[in-house]
Design a protein around this ligand. Structure first.
Ligand code: URA
Length: 190
């Protein structure tokens, strides 16, 4: 079977390899299948679970606003999560839940082939750069391979809960915009 984002979504709907799948809806990533920038969040929240789409609640609104500030639209980028189901009460995902869901993220990355991966917050960062904290890594570019750069930024939800992080998050986005410009990746390919 030829793997596409649509077939991946169909397969995910049939999957029961994570205990969370018994109590929550599956939420795959969405966006431009040719995106050069791939955002990775933590796990769906309540609104995401209801609508079965990533980043459509308050954190998603903030993400949209910050994207616009660097002249990107949601349709330009791809947005996904490490964990594909909402953890009960929005608790932190367990390590086993991240591990069980990880193949879906890997398949999304393999299909999209982004040049810049943007982990939002510590859960996503932990997968790509496990030895550095989000406090030290945010707003900096880390070359993973010749083709792929990891550009971690604070999670928008963290900035909504802690106003002190808002300025850092905004600066991270401006830094991301500059990074894309410096690599001739700005605006994203259609
Ligand atoms: N927070 C996340 O990490 N992911 C979402 O999809 C929404 C909020």
């Amino acid at each position: 079977m030829l793997l596409t984002l649509d077939s991946l979504r169909e397969e995910l709907l049939k999957w029961d390899g994570c205990a969370l799948s018994k109590q929550a809806n599956a939420v795959l990533g969405e966006g431009n299948p040719h995106a050069t920038v791939f955002f990775v969040g933590e796990a769906p929240g309540q609104k995401e679970d209801e609508l079965r789409r990533p980043f459509v609640g308050a954190a998603g609104q903030l993400l949209n606003t910050l994207l616009e500030r660097i002249n990107l639209k949601r349709e330009d980028v791809y947005i996904s999560n490490v964990v594909k189901y909402r953890p009960p009460g929005n608790r932190d995902p367990e390590p086993i839940e991240k591990e069980q869901c990880m193949p879906w993220l890997m398949l999304e990355l393999a299909l999209i082939k982004p040049k810049v991966v943007v982990p939002l917050g510590r859960h996503a960062l932990g997968h790509f750069l496990p030895t550095i904290s989000i406090t030290n890594a945010h707003g900096r570019a880390f070359k993973l391979t010749d083709d792929i750069t990891i550009f971690p930024i604070y999670h928008p939800a963290a900035a909504l809960h802690n106003g002190n992080l808002r300025g850092g998050l905004e600066a991270d986005f401006l830094g991301l915009g500059e990074h894309l410009k410096s690599r001739g990746l700005f605006p994203a390919a259609a």
